[in-house]
Ligand binder design. Structure first.
Ligand SMILES: Cc1cc2nc3c(=O)[nH]c(=O)nc-3n(C[C@H](O)[C@H](O)[C@H](O)COP(=O)(O)OP(=O)(O)OC[C@H]3O[C@@H](n4cnc5c(N)ncnc54)[C@H](O)[C@@H]3O)c2cc1C
Length: 488
């Protein structure tokens, strides 16, 4: 550790990351009168939030209920869901949707103003609020960014990358940036997104590299569930310039079907994602084909205008032909361990959105629960962070910078795809333990530790689910050795 220079900016809350979670937390804190510093490494279009298509899951339909949303979340999560966190999510998601409407986000509605709800895999009824058809993320991020830019209590630092935590007496008191500046605050909220771009085939923007997880771990925070990386079943394959482009599950909710090389359907298209991805992978392995066909010819293209036009730009016409798709790394269920208010295991350091692990997704996230999570836990962290003590002036230490980890080698990305992909083996995971990238090694350690198959984590050498591991999470602390924790 080295002693840092004095920070150049001071706020009540430092928010790192300007995707859905960071923007929402910043606005929530500012609404309570807090001075917020919002740090973002990339332009808006490079956040996963901007790319989100399907929408936000919330029990808003008359025939829906919190209990039903909870049951679907738990069933998709394969008995590894932390039910206290899932209960918070299902109870608070509807009010966060209303807040977004108050923030000026216009969700799709019928001519009577009743919200149009989409259907996605694992949901027992229509529950997904969307905007602009499949342009949900873009609409939300644009609106929240405009509000943040206009909010005098929020100082935005664009093109700035947090590289390490500032620590004082065991507390996190801010972050250091890669340009020598820094932010000091009562609470530092990491909203840095997921890690799926560590895998070579991914639906994510290139910045989803788990930087926040590495930064938090370097500061002594626990990480958990790193073996649970969701593979999205339907990402475009074999099309130059559109490799990994996601075709939202909501399109299957409107009747699109999946077909094997023989043209036959082979899976319930609206089963939870782990199951559909696994069935596609098995079929591709067995047949030697590189893609299955997603037939959306019976779906009204005007419902999903941005997906249809992106496919057409790539030379594919979804109104005339099936689209070649196969699974790709999509969503990190694991991350920085937090309580129900976004607090990590390091005082003063918070995590929200995809970089956090509240445990609510268990072994397999229910579709569209992640945006809900960004808003529900973003608001909670913004409230809790304001109760932290103001950091005293004086010297602080700086944890080891993670900048060197920003760009993984192509070999690491290929190794994760090969050895921590949809079906894993002990041999492959042991090989990954020697990878030069520290986060890849932690992922391998968690995946080796979980000697069973569950949700998104499938081991060819341990193909069955071990009921003794229900509700158990693999937590890695500073010693980098996983241990099992049971959360409720
Ligand atoms: C194609 C696609 C479609 C999806 N569709 C849906 C959907 O329909 N519904 C749903 O619920 N979920 C969906 N998801 C998942 C969901 O979009 C993400 O889980 C969620 O948006 C993550 O939001 P976030 O705010 O945590 O992170 P992000 O949106 O990824 O934002 C991360 C932010 O952190 C910044 N950052 C990273 N590192 C640093 C650093 N060191 N210093 C400063 N800033 C940093 C980045 O620049 C960025 O601003 C989808 C994901 C993808 C990729």
């Amino acid at each position: 550790m080295c002693v840092s220079a004095e920070p150049v900016l001071t706020g009540d809350i430092a928010v790192v990351g300007a995707g859905a979670a960071g923007l929402y937390a910043a606005l929530s804190a500012a609404a309570q009168g807090a001075a917020v510093v919002l740090v973002s490494a990339t332009p808006l279009a490079q956040t996963a939030s901007y790319w989100a298509q399907g929408g936000i899951a919330a029990a808003l339909a008359v025939e829906d209920s919190f209990e039903r949303h909870l049951a679907d979340t738990q069933a998709a999560g394969r008995d590894a869901v932390r039910s206290s966190a899932a209960q918070v999510l299902v109870r608070e998601a509807p009010e966060r949707v209303r807040d977004l409407e108050r923030f000026g986000v216009r969700f799709d509605a019928d001519r009577h103003g009743v919200l149009a709800l989409g259907l996605e895999g694992g949901h027992s009824l229509r529950r997904v609020v969307h905007a602009g058809g499949s342009a949900t993320g873009r609409r939300i991020v644009r609106q929240l960014s405009a509000l943040a830019a206009d909010e005098p209590r929020i100082t935005v630092m664009e093109d700035a990358r947090a590289v390490s935590a500032w620590m004082r007496d065991g507390r996190c008191v801010g972050v250091a940036l890669d340009d020598g500046r820094g932010v000091r605050a009562r609470a530092t909220v990491l909203a840095t997104g997921g890690a799926a771009a560590l895998w070579s085939r991914t639906t994510n923007p290139p910045g989803s590299l788990g930087i926040g997880m590495s930064l938090a771990h370097a500061a002594g925070a626990d990480l958990a569930d790193l073996e649970f990386l969701q593979f999205h079943p339907t990402a475009v394959v074999g099309v130059c310039g559109r490799e990994g482009f996601l075709v939202t599950e909501a399109i299957r909710g409107e009747g699109a079907t999946l077909h094997g090389p023989d043209g036959e359907r082979f899976v319930d298209e609206l089963a939870p994602r782990d199951e559909v991805a696994r069935r596609i992978t098995a079929l591709l392995t067995q047949s030697g084909a590189t893609a299955v066909g997603l037939d959306m010819r019976r779906v009204d293209p005007s419902l999903f205008p941005n997906v249809v036009s992106a496919l057409q730009d790539a030379g594919l016409d979804p109104t005339r032909e099936p689209i070649p798709v196969s699974p790709a790394a999509h969503y990190m269920m694991g991350g920085i361990v937090t309580d129900l208010h976004g607090r990590s295991t390091v005082p003063g350091l918070y995590a929200i959105g995809e970089t956090a692990c509240t445990g609510l997704h268990g072994a397999n996230r229910l579709a569209s629960n992640s945006l809900s999570e960004c808003f529900v836990f973003g608001a909670r962290a913004a409230h809790a962070g304001l109760d932290e003590p103001a950091p005293a002036a004086g010297e602080q230490s700086q944890t080891k910078p993670v900048a060197a980890l920003a760009r993984p080698a192509r070999a690491t990305q290929e190794a994760l795809w090969r050895d921590a992909g949809i079906v894993r083996t002990r041999e492959g995971l042991e090989r990954l333990l020697d990878d030069p990238h520290p986060l890849a090694r932690l992922i391998a350690a968690c995946a080796l530790y979980r000697e069973e198959s569950r949700g998104a984590h499938q081991r060819a050498d341990c193909p069955a689910t071990d009921v003794r591991l229900d509700h158990h999470h693999a937590v890695v602390g500073a010693d980098e050795r996983p241990r099992a924790v049971s959360w409720r």
